[in-house]
Design a protein around this ligand. Structure first.
Ligand SMILES: [Zn+2]
Length: 290
C-alpha cells in the first residue's frame, strides 16, 4: 500500500508491503520519497505536491489503498481537515480523504499526523502499554494519545496541545492566536530565540547567551507540557517524537538532570512513525465514512 505524511516542510511517501494487517512486524517500507510541501504555492500547489509524492512511490499492482497522515486537525470518521495553520493553506474544511480518493479512484484514509505517530508507537512494539502519549516536537508541536481498544475516535485522540495558551500576550501563532505553547516548544521557537538557522547550532553553542536562554525556555516549556500531560491524561507511557527527539543526544540528558521526567523516552520509530501509523490505521481503523 501507499502511505504519505504531509508536513509543513515536506510530503514524505512510502510504499509499504504488509504481510498480515494485524501484525505490525510484517509492515515493511519498500520505497521512500520526499517532495517539498511548498505552502507558498497555496492550496492547489500543496495538493499537487501530495499527489506527486504518492505517484513517486506508486506501483499500480499493489496500491489499492492509500493512507495519509497530515498536519492539522482531522475528523477521524471522514478524513476532513477541520483546522489547519498557514503551513497547509486553504486546508481548513477540506474533504481531504474524499477528494484524493476521487482523484486516484482508490480508497484513501486520512488521519492526523500525531495520531498516526501515536498509533505506530503504541502498536509497533513488543510490550504494549495500556495507553501511549506522543508529543512530537518539530516545526510545530503535535500531541496525541492512544488507548488500548478499538482503533476509533474514542481511542485515538488528537489533543492539539500546541495551541493551548502558554504565555499571556506572547508570540503570534500560525493558528491566529497569541502565546500558544507551540511558539515556545518547537524547533521554530528554539531557532528564533537563539537567533540561529539550525536547532543543532542553537543547542550546541554553549558560549552564546541567546542560545543558553533559548535552551532554558525550551526546557521550561517541555517541563510544563509533561507535568500537564501527567496530571490531565495520566498515560501509561509518554514518548517524544519529531525532529527534536531525533537529536536527543544534544539535550535530553541535560533535561533529565535539571527537570527529571526520566520516565519520558524518545519515540522508538523516529520519523517513519507517521507513515507506518497511517498504514496501520487505514488497515485496522474503524471509520464511519472513509
Ligand atoms: Zn496556536
Amino acid at each position: 500500500m501507499i502511505c504519505a505524511d504531509v508536513g509543513g516542510t515536506a510530503v514524505k511517501s512510502a510504499l509499504i508491503s504488509v504481510g498480515r494487517v494485524r501484525l505490525p512486524q510484517s509492515y515493511k517500507i519498500k520505497n521512500f520519497a520526499s517532495v517539498p510541501t511548498r505552502s507558498d504555492l497555496g492550496f492547489e500547489g500543496v495538493r499537487e505536491n501530495v499527489l506527486k509524492a504518492i505517484e513517486a512511490v506508486s506501483a499500480d499492482d499493489i496500491a489499492d489503498i492509500v493512507a495519509i497522515a497530515t498536519a492539522g486537525e482531522v475528523r477521524w470518521d471522514d478524513g476532513t481537515v477541520v483546522k489547519a495553520t498557514s503551513s497547509l493553506p486553504g486546508f481548513c474544511g477540506y474533504a481531504f480523504s474524499k477528494d484524493i480518493s476521487k482523484t486516484l479512484g482508490r480508497r484513501v484514509v486520512v488521519v492526523n499526523d500525531a495520531c498516526a505517530a501515536a498509533v505506530c508507537e503504541h502498536y509497533f512494539t513488543a510490550k504494549r502499554a495500556h495507553s501511549t502519549f506522543v508529543l512530537t516536537i518539530g516545526t510545530g508541536l503535535g500531541s496525541a494519545m492512544v488507548t488500548e481498544g478499538r482503533l476509533d475516535a474514542d481511542h485515538v485522540k488528537d489533543l492539539e496541545l500546541g495551541h493551548i495558551p502558554y504565555v499571556d500576550n506572547g508570540y503570534d501563532c500560525r493558528c491566529g492566536s497569541k502565546g500558544c505553547l507551540e511558539q515556545y516548544l518547537s524547533a521554530t521557537a528554539i531557532k528564533r530565540d537563539a537567533g540561529k538557522n539550525t536547532v543543532k547550532d542553537a543547542l550546541t553553542d554553549t558560549g552564546d547567551q541567546k542560545c543558553i536562554a533559548a535552551k532554558v525556555s525550551f526546557f521550561s516549556a517541555l517541563d510544563y507540557a509533561l507535568c500537564m500531560i501527567k496530571r490531565d491524561y495520566a498515560p501509561a507511557e509518554i514518548l517524544l517524537g519529531g525532529g527534536l527527539a531525533e537529536m536527543k543526544n544534544l539535550w535530553l540528558d541535560e533535561f533529565y538532570a535539571k527537570f527529571g521526567h526520566t520516565d519520558v523516552r524518545a519515540a522508538r520509530k523516529g520519523n517513519k512513525a507517521g507513515l507506518l501509523g497511517a498504514a496501520y490505521c487505514a488497515l485496522n481503523g474503524v471509520f464511519e465514512d472513509q
